[in-house]
Design a protein around this ligand. Structure first.
Ligand SMILES: NC(=O)c1ccc[n+]([C@@H]2O[C@H](COP(=O)([O-])OP(=O)(O)OC[C@H]3O[C@@H](n4cnc5c(N)ncnc54)[C@H](O)[C@@H]3O)[C@@H](O)[C@H]2O)c1
Length: 433
């Protein structure tokens, strides 16, 4: 099948590359000329395991091409995916300007039947709006369908998630579009990982509902972590005990420094805003968001308990990305922690296996970035482990002891055994234990 992908970010690049790998002819379009230039040279703008190999292979075999020119891509493709960003407006509402701009562009160059697929995360009713934009702007009467196909991939496991999705949700209102979309996704669907076909509006809401439920579980545990800290209960054990209940399950029950990334924070806010726009108070979503923002700010106060003042103290940070196996630092708890440390006049040294180039763009000074985890510890008074990259799980505590000036360890992800760490002579604080 001939496919165009508008927006070559995390979602667009993974989707386009993986569809090409299944044998489709894919044209990835982006307005960012630098990004397209880099991709043509095989340079991936972010870290995503397994993606580079697939981009190189499919580019070489000419199933995957990159361009800034949308017109030919629209003309030759039957299915056109919209994968542009939908960032939060100040009100929390999803900003649909980029989606609508692509819809207008498609309407100008349509020459034959097209399926326009909203893959970006968009509020309920957006497919209808996209349809209206195309009808208003197209120059000749050409049949088309607008489909909602929300994306559930996880950064850090995006290729795997595309190739082996839990489910594929297709919101379509025409039989023709349902058939074409089902055929497109048939190679990755299994009996246990089905294609679910529903109305466009339902598909749009499934995406927000799924992210909001996962975020709710995290905020729920983060709220309980405070009760654990004051009573002496252990949140890890609470989580384990809850997770063993089949009705609950164990995933997304970890207390920590709060969720981040480009999806949960914005999607929770957008769902709250959507509910309120339709006249319903959004008590749960507002609370989930509030608890999360508060949680990000609880780490530095934990650290302060070990010092009379943080001024001039050398604080090492391990992990800057919002989660492991990605270079994405959007809404990462590390950014809040760094801001608070700067306000306390601490000296910050940080290491992340993949996110440092992105951090350099984002943080304007005040943080020394080093290229080795242990270099960050030289003369440090404390270490905050913010992101649970695998390489931090079994560190050389003897070496850490030697390198650090004072031995305070703040474990934002509860990856260490407190007894073991204390036995090495560290003062330790986790979250909710
Ligand atoms: N990142 C994730 O893990 C993830 C997962 C599921 C869903 N989503 C959703 O998918 C959407 C895209 O997210 P992302 O993280 O890939 O965004 P991103 O910011 O990484 O990429 C968006 C890309 O769209 C490009 N763009 C903007 N306007 C354009 C236009 N008119 N024509 C062509 N390209 C244009 C930008 O230059 C950018 O490269 C969002 O709605 C997001 O909520 C993201």
């Amino acid at each position: 099948m001939k496919i165009a992908i508008f927006g070559t970010g995390y979602v667009g690049l993974v989707t386009g590359t993986c569809f090409a790998d299944l044998g489709n002819q894919v044209t990835c379009v982006d307005i960012d000329a630098e990004k397209i230039k880099a991709l043509r040279k095989g340079k991936i703008p972010f870290y995503e395991p397994g993606l580079k190999e697939l981009v190189l292979r499919n580019s070489k075999e000419k199933r995957l091409v990159f361009t800034t020119d949308g017109k030919p891509a629209i003309e030759k493709s039957e299915v056109i995916f919209i994968c542009v960003g939908t960032p939060s407006k100040a009100s929390g509402e999803a900003n649909l300007d980029y989606v609508f701009a692509v819809a207008k562009e498609i309407s100008k160059h349509m020459n034959d039947y097209k399926i326009i697929v909203d893959k970006s995360t968009v509020p309920v009713g957006t497919a209808e709006k996209v349809e209206r934009i195309i009808k208003i702007n197209h120059t000749q009467e050409i049949p088309f369908d607008v489909v909602s196909n929300p994306e559930f991939l996880r950064e850090g496991a995006a290729v795997k998630d595309f190739q082996n999705p839990d489910r594929v949700v297709i919101g379509a209102d025409s039989e023709r579009a349902k058939l074409i979309m089902s055929n497109l996704y048939k190679p990755v669907s299994r009996v246990s990982n089905p294609i679910m076909i529903t109305q466009t509006k339902t598909a749009e809401l499934i995406k927000y509902a799924s992210n909001a439920m996962l975020a709710t579980r995290i905020s729920f545990m983060n709220e309980l972590s405070h009760l654990c800290e004051t009573t002496g209960a252990d949140i890890k054990e609470v989580s384990k005990g809850m997770g063993l209940d089949n009705r609950i399950g164990s995933r997304f029950l970890q207390a920590g420094a709060g969720y981040g990334g480009s999806c949960f924070p914005k999607d929770v806010k957008a769902l709250a805003q959507m509910l309120e726009q339709h006249g319903h108070q959004s008590t749960i979503m507002r609370a989930v968001d509030y608890v999360n923002e508060r949680q990000k700010k609880t780490i530095v106060p934990k650290l302060k308990k070990f010092f009379s003042s943080l001024e001039g103290k050398r604080i090492a940070i391990w992990g800057l990305s919002f989660k492991p196996r990605t270079s994405d630092i959007r809404e990462a708890p590390s950014l809040v922690i760094i801001d608070q440390l700067k306000n306390e006049y601490a000296e910050i040294t940080a290491f992340d296996p993949e996110a440092m180039p992105e951090v350099k763009h984002m943080i304007k000074g005040g943080v020394k970035l080093v290229s080795d985890a242990y270099d960050a510890l030289k003369g440090a008074d404390a270490l905050i482990v913010v992101t649970e990259w695998d390489q931090f799980r079994e560190p050389d505590f003897e070496l850490m002891k030697k390198l650090m000036r004072k031995k305070v360890l703040i474990d934002c992800r509860n990856i260490y055994d407190p007894e073991k760490v204390r036995a090495y002579g560290f003062e330790y604080a986790g979250v909710g234990r």
